[in-house]
Design a protein around this ligand. Structure first.
Ligand code: ATP
Length: 364
């Protein structure tokens, strides 16, 4: 791979703390791409609550198209509680992008570092390092604006599971488990989380999982009911590797994952489709701390690292994978030592101090 290769990254700065954590993330990406001999070209695209307030549009079609043609998309937190549509709901360009670009695999890593606080008392908690994959284009969200309230006496919503998306989702999960197994030198495992004991749609989901598992004989495959799995996430999260689930279950379990990680400020995410991928922190725009320099930028940095890792795989460019490891390594070093902790992690550091600590490591 030539070092002249330029990767075009679409950026959405977002609202609230969004721009505050995007600015140092750009600097970190500039530093690591320079060190690994690659060039990233950034294009900032308009979208978000502030843009909606000014123009009446939350995600312009031109931004979707520019994002579609970029090599990867990095998105900061979007939405503001005081800017709402006429029906009272908040704008959600991050969800609209998943549908527009067919980003069916929502990747939510759950990993703990030694120097950070955690609500889990068991010392094995710090071995926790699993990835939750939330199907992101169907399930209970497939018809999300079409729910009905009939005669003010009952309400219905529709859950939709398709064979085509489920097959792609499970193949993605097994491939990810294979990559993690190769990297970590451990056997890979995928757990399907569903409610197949009660709902036919989940029995269908699980049967497709079992079919696809046969194509990946080196990876262990098992299933769990979502209620039991929620309990195990708190009791023994260190036992899991790759976990794959339906959209609504994934929505809830990924917040539980962020909860056991100790802070939303540490939780990165990716939404991946066949052609495009969006990377963003799991947290929102945190209007309560916006403009105060207090936001933890690590979830955003880790999301940028996931972006480099995904680009490395798509373009068979191991230099970018090295760049990703520099970011992840710097975050691990800071958090394992506990030397710099932001307020959400029980420390005193602000966005700048945490950014400086990471930049000091990645620029070396
Ligand atoms: P959304 O619905 O957009 O996800 P939300 O209101 O549910 O947003 P957040 O905006 O993520 O949630 O904020 C939840 C709490 O977490 C707030 O108290 C906020 O200050 C805190 N928080 C979120 N992100 C960070 C961060 N990066 N650093 C520090 N605190 C954060």
């Amino acid at each position: 791979m030539s070092s002249n290769r330029v990767y075009r990254i679409a950026l959405f700065d977002g609202d609230g703390i969004g721009p505050e954590i995007m600015a140092p993330t750009r600097t970190v990406l500039d530093m690591v791409s320079k060190r690994v001999g690659r060039k990233l070209e950034f294009e900032t695209l308009p979208a978000g609550a502030q843009h909606y307030a000014e123009t009446g549009e939350a995600l312009p079609a031109s931004s979707i198209e520019a994002a579609r043609s970029a090599d990867a998309i990095l998105l900061s937190a979007m939405g503001l509680p005081n800017i709402r549509k006429q029906d009272g709901t908040e704008i959600t360009p991050q969800i609209d992008l998943r549908f527009a670009l067919g980003l069916y695999a929502g990747v939510r890593p759950v990993k703990l570092y030694k120097g950070q606080p955690t609500p889990l008392a068991d010392p094995r908690a710090f071995e926790t390092d699993f990835v939750l994959i939330r199907e992101s284009t169907e399930g209970l969200f497939a018809h999300m604006h079409e729910g009905k309230v009939v005669d003010n006496s009952y309400a219905t919503e529709t859950l939709r599971i398709t064979r085509a998306t489920s097959e792609k989702l499970f193949d993605f999960a097994f491939r990810l488990a294979g990559q993690r197994a190769a990297k970590r030198g451990t056997p890979g495992r995928v757990t399907c989380v569903d409610k197949a004991n009660v709902f036919r749609s989940f029995w269908f989901f699980r049967s497709i999982f079992e079919e696809r598992a046969k194509a990946f004989p080196d990876i262990a495959a098992d299933s769990a009911y979502v209620d039991a799995f929620a309990m195990w996430m708190v009791q023994k999260p260190w036992e899991f590797d790759v976990v794959v689930t339906e959209n609504m279950f994934g929505d809830i379990l990924s917040d539980l994952g962020a909860g056991i990680m100790g802070s939303l400020g540490l939780a990165p995410s990716a939404d991946i489709g066949d052609e495009n991928a969006v990377f963003q922190p799991c947290h929102g725009s945190a209007p309560d701390i916006a403009g105060k320099g207090l936001a933890n930028p690590l979830a955003m940095f880790l999301s940028a690292g996931m972006m480099l890792e995904w680009l490395a795989g798509e373009h068979e460019d191991s230099a970018l994978s090295e760049g990703a490891q520099m970011i992840e390594g710097a975050v691990s070093k800071i958090l394992n030592s506990g030397s710099t902790l932001t307020r959400d992690l029980g420390g005193e550091a602000g966005t700048q101090q945490m950014s400086d600590a990471i930049m000091g490591l990645v620029s070396a």
